[in-house]
Design a protein around this ligand. Structure first.
Ligand code: UGA
Length: 440
């Protein structure tokens, strides 16, 4: 199959590379010429485990190309995936300008049947709007009165990849959702995903778009639920890790996404929860439950800083070390990372901040102007009054805590991800505070 993927960000690039690796001929498009040059040179501009190696292998087999021209890519392909950003507008609505522009450009350069597939998270109804935009912008030669002479379909195939394990998630999905309006579109999409052995759900485009909204919002709800439970655990002396384990054994609940912490971040959950609230509002429904999910999430990082402030008496001129800046491990992505809000609050309170992240340092340089970025976790610990662990990178488990303790001014650790061994740290003389760990 000849496929184009428009947009070479996290989702687009992983989709393009993986589709190529399962046997298709793929052209990845991006309007950022510098990025295209980098990709042509075999460099992946983001950190995603396994992606660069796979990309080079596909390029070598001549099944993967890169271009900044939608026209060139479109004319050589039958299937066009849209993996473009849908950033939030100030009112929380998703900004669909990039999608609309791409649809317009596709219409102008269509030369045969095309199947246009939405990959980005978009509000229900976007499929119809893409369809209308294409009809409106098709060259005159393809229209006779109200009739369109060039056949095309618009479909939805939402992405469920997680950053940090995106390649593996693509290759081993829990399910593939196809939102289609014709048998032809269904047949093509089934053919594309044939090599991936998994459940395929076929529905219409509106339901498919809704599945993506509902899935991300439900996962965010699970996280806020356990975070609210953690707040009570702290107050009544229960341990949220045991509570989550006990709940998770119930197959109807499941253990995943019950890790209490400083809240969810990233480019998806915060934006998607807002967009779903807004979509509901526009359609006359007040999604109060999701508003509460968002409120609980904001409370998590704020109460974490408050805890540090309470335990250190006050934060002014205290040396605070930060371990982990990315919104989660195995990525360099800092979009909507809780670390950004936490560090801003620490600075407001007058703390001196040093930080280290295994992969996000290049992104951190452009975000934090007035903190000291160190190149290892020990330098962060030097003379610190407290360490705040914000991202659960596995390497933080492996550090020599005797060396860390001896380097610190006060051996105090606030573990925002409940990842460290509290008993071991206490034995070494640390004061340890987790999230929802009660009277540990
Ligand atoms: C999320 C979804 O998990 C994917 O299925 C979806 O495709 C993607 O959004 C998207 O819409 O593109 P992602 O944002 O990459 O993926 O990362 P997650 O692993 O879901 O983590 C999101 C945030 O929730 C992170 O900040 C993580 O630390 C936090 N989290 C996750 C918790 O605080 N507790 C948990 O138990 C799980």
């Amino acid at each position: 199959m000849n496929i184009v993927v428009i947009g070479s960000g996290y989702v687009g690039l992983v989709t393009g590379v993986c589709l190529s690796s399962i046997g298709h001929h793929v052209i990845c498009v991006d309007n950022n010429k510098k990025k295209i040059q980098q990709l042509k040179a075999g460099q992946v501009p983001i950190y995603e485990p396994g992606l660069e190696e796979l990309m080079r292998a596909c390029t070598k087999k001549k099944r993967l190309k890169f271009t900044d021209s939608i026209k060139e890519a479109c004319q050589q392909s039958t299937v066009i995936f849209l993996a473009l950003p849908t950033p939030p507008k100030p009112n929380g609505d998703a900004d669909l300008t990039y999608i609309e522009n791409a649809a317009r450009e596709i219409a102008l350069h269509m030369n045969s049947y095309k199947l246009i597939v939405e990959k980005s998270t978009v509000p229900a109804e976007t499929g119809n709007r893409i369809h209308r935009t294409i009809v409106l912008n098709l060259p005159r030669k393809y229209k006779r009165g109200d009739r369109v002479l060039l056949d095309f379909d618009v479909a939805s195939n939402p992405e469920f990849l997680k950053e940090g394990s995106a390649v593996d998630d693509f290759m081993n999905p829990d399910r593939i959702v196809l939102g289609v309006e014709s048998k032809k579109a269904e047949k093509i999409l089934r053919e594309i995903f044939k090599p991936l052995k998994t459940k395929i759900l076929v529905t219409n485009t509106a339901s498919s778009e809704m599945i993506k909204h509902a899935s991300n919002s439900f996962l965010a709800t699970k996280i806020s639920f356990i975070n609210a439970v953690a707040q009570i655990c702290d107050r009544v002396g229960a341990d949220v890790l045991k509570v989550a384990e006990g709940m998770g054994f119930d197959q109807r609940i499941g253990r995943q996404f019950l890790d209490a912490g400083i809240g969810y971040g990233g480019s998806c959950f915060p934006k998607d929860v807002n967009a779903f609230i807004h979509l509901a509002e526009k359609n006359g429904y007040d999604f109060g439950l999701l508003k509460e999910v968002r409120r609980i999430n904001d409370l998590q990082w704020a109460s974490f800083v408050h805890l540090a402030e309470e335990k250190l008496w006050n934060l002014k001129e205290k040396n605070i070390g930060i371990w982990g800046l990315a919104f989660k491990p195995n990525t360099d992505d800092m979009r909507h990372a809780p670390s950004v809000d936490i560090i801003a609050r620490l600075k407001e309170e007058g703390a001196r901040v040093k930080a280290y992240d295994p992969k996000a340092m290049a992104n951190a340089v452009s975000i934090f102007k007035d903190i000291c970025l160190c190149d290892d976790p020990y330098k962060v610990a030097q003379d610190a009054d407290a360490l705040l662990l914000l991202t659960e990178w596995p390497e933080f488990k492996e550090v020599d805590f005797v060396q860390v303790r001896d380097a610190m001014r006060q051996a105090v650790i606030f573990d925002g991800r409940n990842m460290l061994d509290a008993a071991k740290l206490k034995k070494l003389g640390f004061e340890y505070f987790g999230i929802g760990r009660g009277r540990l």
